[in-house]
Design a protein around this ligand. Structure first.
Ligand code: SF4
Length: 516
């Protein structure tokens, strides 16, 4: 049975907007999303709004067991493209017509946000009335106020199109973000689940989610988050300690998860972790940047009883230059050694299918992984994950196709050469489908609905998987994420030459556009 604490209960008869915040993935994933908690807290701080949570596979709210059809606004958090099918299922089971053109005045207004919406909302534009492009807390208030002014929000959809950070299909949109983290919403009374049922245990376990920073400027050329949310913005150390103290009191949690795109790049990461340790927190973190991990940080994380440190060396030194992830083998080996000396485990992410990758690169990757694995001992292990590189919108690799026929044999080769090492390999097929959903045009909407309704032969997805020429008009052309198109083109050409671009925070601004 699921018991929750800090759930917001309001009488829906006394609010102007019933808002369903929907997460099209499992409870444990939903409750591990700081963004999902932020929306819940931000909206329920308005007296005229009652925000309830609806989590896949359900289509009724956790707060009042109300079906989606009972809400004024139904909002989806799009974190993973493969969740798109779940969106349709939740709408259908929630008695809301799947296609926006089939909805009438009494049906909810359907909106969507999150990284997938911010990067390319087009494939979902036949199902969603309006998209949030950027960070919700600087966009949603104006959307709700406009909604309240209109008799028929769907019929008068153009009333929303000039709101910064809103995409109304077929109109240009510009991303909106929190510029100063002092203004960012940070939920203190986070909903905590009390259960032994693994299905409900969030990814970090029962941990208070602490938003350390947003955005990343390292410039890894395959990483969508690194281009959608620039510049990197930090929450001050004083504010973080205050949030942690109040969060501990409000939730009773003694574990804290550091959330951010590049947590270890936080300028005072050592002080932060030491301070949280002094507050008697157990600390957990997402993947850390290898080159910003200090011995002091490893010691503090070890003292806070963290068992495994996750990092992403991605590939060989040559390919890391193509990816613009400028980390040497030597630093990687040094950090892994230091972690093992503290009796901790290591989890490493690798990519296969990078542009210009050769069989020699694969051989070098095999040697590198074997050398890292040799560092492990009876008490500590290296866990290796290998993922196909999936080209994403707004990144320098956005023009690349997903090379299914090329990557398949490469993965088999790695599996064969590394058969003595336990490998976790992401599915090629779901990666191709993810690529189509991520870089697709409006026609992809039809196959999304078809695949939701019936088994769809993989070859139909394969037909839709394609790359783009560098001068093609891209489906996401109308979505401005404040990065100069010329800069992205330049980065792509540098990648193909194996040239790098140093980290702007250390080497100075190169005016990617995010400063505008
Ligand atoms: S290159 Fe300049 S504008 Fe772009 S994120 Fe770095 S500092 Fe900001």
């Amino acid at each position: 049975m699921l018991i929750e604490h800090n759930v917001v209960m309001k009488d829906p008869r006394y609010v102007d907007i019933r808002f369903a915040s929907c997460y099209p993935n499992l409870y444990k994933t939903a409750m591990s999303s700081l963004g999902f908690h932020i929306i819940y807290d931000f909206l329920n701080s308005r007296e005229d709004v009652y925000c309830e949570r609806v989590v896949y596979p359900h289509s009724r709210s956790l707060e009042s067991n109300s079906p989606l059809s009972h809400f004024n606004i139904v909002s989806f958090s799009l974190q993973y493209e493969l969740d798109y099918f779940n969106v349709l299922k939740m709408l259908n089971n929630g008695i809301v017509p799947i296609r926006k053109n089939d909805r009438n005045l009494n049906d909810p207004f359907v909106i969507a946000g999150g990284p997938c919406a911010t990067s390319n909302p087009i494939p979902m534009s036949k199902f969603v009335d309006l998209f949030i492009i950027g960070e919700a807390e600087v966009i949603l208030d104006e959307v709700l106020d406009t909604f309240l002014e209109l008799d028929d929000p769907k019929g008068e959809i153009d009333a929303f199109k000039d709101i910064k950070g809103v995409y109304v299909p077929d109109n240009p949109a510009k991303r909106a973000i929190v510029r100063n983290m002092g203004d960012a919403n940070h939920p203190i009374r986070q909903v905590v689940s009390e259960t032994d049922d693994e299905r409900f245990r969030p990814a970090f376990g029962n941990a208070f989610l602490l938003g350390v920073s947003r955005g990343c400027t390292r410039g890894c050329r395959f990483c969508m988050a690194g281009y959608l949310y620039r510049p990197r913005r930090e929450t001050s150390l004083r504010k973080l300690f205050d949030i942690a103290k109040r969060g501990k009191r409000a939730t009773g949690l003694r574990k804290i998860a550091l959330i951010g795109a590049a947590v270890s790049d936080y300028s005072k990461i050592d002080d932060l972790c030491e301070g949280l340790l002094d507050m008697d927190f157990r600390i957990t973190t997402p993947s850390l940047r290898i080159e910003s991990i200090t011995e002091k940080l490893i010691d503090t994380l070890h003292k806070s009883r963290l068992k495994t440190i996750t990092m992403a060396p991605e590939s060989t030194w040559r390919i890391r230059n193509v990816l613009n992830k400028i980390i040497t083998d030597e630093i990687t080996i040094e950090v892994v050694k230091t972690i093992f000396e503290r009796n901790m485990n290591v989890k490493l992410y690798f990519l296969v299918g990078s542009p210009t990758e050769t069989s020699e690169d694969l051989n070098n990757m095999v040697k590198f992984i074997k050398n890292l694995n040799k560092l492990s001992n009876k008490r500590n292990a290296v866990k290796i994950s290998i993922n196909p590189l999936i080209p994403k919108p707004h990144t320098p690799f956005q023009w690349e196709n997903f090379d299914l026929d090329g990557i398949g044999p490469k993965i088999n080769y790695l599996k064969q050469k590394l058969k003595s090492i336990p490998l976790k390999v992401e599915s090629l097929r779901s990666s191709l489908i993810q690529h189509v959903l991520s870089t697709g045009d409006v026609e992809v909407a039809d196959i999304i609905e078809k695949a939701y309704r019936q088994r769809t032969p993989f070859k139909e997805w394969k037909k839709l998987s394609k790359g783009w020429n560098i001068d093609d008009e891209l489906p996401w052309k109308n979505i401005g994420v404040c990065i100069k198109p010329s800069f992205i083109k330049e980065e792509y050409q540098k990648a193909l030459r194996g040239d790098t671009t140093p980290w702007c925070e250390k080497s100075g601004c190169y005016h990617c556009g995010a400063d505008k």
